[in-house]
Design a protein around this ligand. Structure first.
Ligand code: NAD
Ligand code: ZN
Length: 354
């Protein structure tokens, strides 16, 4: 897949079933003459770092490992990367490799965007979330105090290299979390893909490489198309936030005890309620969707304090001039932005998932 921004080819996304093509893919960037720093987290390092280093044998490879987890997605971790780069005399022509999930990609991308005002970086996403979502679109950054993704930059990688087989070591809950975004992609823009996620669920859940690769590729195409048309989220990119307005609020109210994908699933299920009231979706659509969530081990209900979730919704950064840009579906596979969703509708929607 070639990702274009402002109508210029920007970078490629390639999908393989191992790391053996990595050196060859990197050779396009005159890699023999550049230092490489692999940035990864403690979990991914344990499983994949040796393999990746082996593939890059003969090149000038350095590594920077930080403790895994969202709680480490902050400026000190970025600062640790700067230290490694300065200590090893990295200059502007050198390159970073982000090996890991969205946390590694967001942190490493932000370090790349800011070190010496910008050095190249390549994404090697190893979670479903990072393969279908965070490695595409150029958003990088870290959390600040208790604000998620509060500090960051739009900064494009040079290449995204996916080894689909990395999904086979991913903990089940992390896979499910990614499925929340995958299902969202179908719902907002491709009904055949959406129904296919039901038809092919046995293959997908059993780790069938071909089924997984097809799924990742389709999701990447959907995200790519949306972000290419609106890279800085001025308008239409917001449809990617389907399920996220209420989803984020649920995530906060639950003190992040539920995964992001679970909360997005619940947020989408609540949004279905509003769509049904607007005669855009049917009860059958809702039943099918909630069955699909269950198939992929996502929740279809939770106990929440509706008023609290509602307040959190209004503190979300996706607000614009006091108005919520609420994403709804016209029908399965077709999303639109609705600025007139009323408080009562949202409260009712939240009650529908309690
Ligand atoms: P993550 O990076 O924390 O990875 C989840 C867990 O899986 C971690 O413990 C990690 O060490 C481990 N792991 C990674 N790959 C593995 C593998 N192949 N086998 C076994 N374990 C593995 O989380 P994530 O879900 O990948 O990403 C979430 C982050 O991405 C959040 O910080 C979120 O804000 C960000 N995000 C960014 C964007 C964007 O556009 N930039 C989009 C979506 C999400
Ligand atoms: Zn999301």
């Amino acid at each position: 897949l070639e990702v274009n921004f402002e109508n210029k080819p920007c970078y490629d996304i390639v999908i393989y079933d191992d790391f053996s093509d990595l050196k060859n893919e990197l050779s396009k960037f005159d890699i023999e003459n550049r230092k490489i720093c692999i940035v990864t987290d403690s979990n991914v390092a344990e499983i994949y770092l040796d393999k990746v280093k082996e593939e890059l044998e003969g090149l000038k490879v350095f590594t920077h490992i930080f403790e895994a987890g969202e709680q480490n997605k902050h400026l000190e971790t970025v600062s640790g990367i700067y230290d490694t780069l300065i200590f090893n005399k990295f200059d502007r022509k050198d390159i970073l490799l982000a090996l890991g999930g969205g946390v590694v990609g967001d942190i490493c991308g932000f370090a790349a965007a800011t070190y010496l005002r910008g050095i190249d970086f390549v994404q090697i996403p190893t979670t479903l979330v990072s393969q279908v979502d965070s490695s595409i679109g150029g958003k990088t950054g870290v959390d600040f105090k208790h604000f998620k993704n509060m500090v960051g930059a739009f900064y494009m990688p040079k290449l995204v290299y996916v080894n689909i087989n990395t999904l086979n070591t991913l903990p089940e809950a992390e896979f499910s979390s990614g499925m929340g975004e995958v299902i969202k992609h179908g719902l907002i823009s491709d009904k055949d893909y959406y129904y296919g996620l039901f038809e092919n669920h046995k293959k997908i859940l059993s780790g069938d490489i071909k089924a997984l690769a097809d799924m990742v590729l389709t999701s990447q195409k959907i995200k790519k198309e949306v972000v290419e048309n609106d890279p800085y989220e001025k308008s239409q990119r917001a449809i990617l936030n389907f399920g996220h307005t209420l989803g984020h609020a649920i995530e906060k109210e639950k003190n992040f005890s539920l995964s992001h994908g679970v909360c997005v699933g619940l947020g989408m299920l609540a949004a279905f309620d509003i769509c049904i009231k607007k005669n855009k979706l049917s009860e059958d659509d809702r039943k099918f969707f909630s069955d699909l969530l269950e198939i992929y081990s996502l929740e279809t209900g939770t106990d929440i304090d509706v008023e609290k979730v509602f307040e959190a919704t209004f503190n979300d950064k996706k607000m614009e001039a006091g108005q919520i840009k609420f994403v709804l579906l016209n029908k399965i596979g077709d999303a639109y932005i609705d600025r007139n969703v009323k408080k009562e509708d949202m409260v009712e929607a939240l009650k529908s998932i309690c």
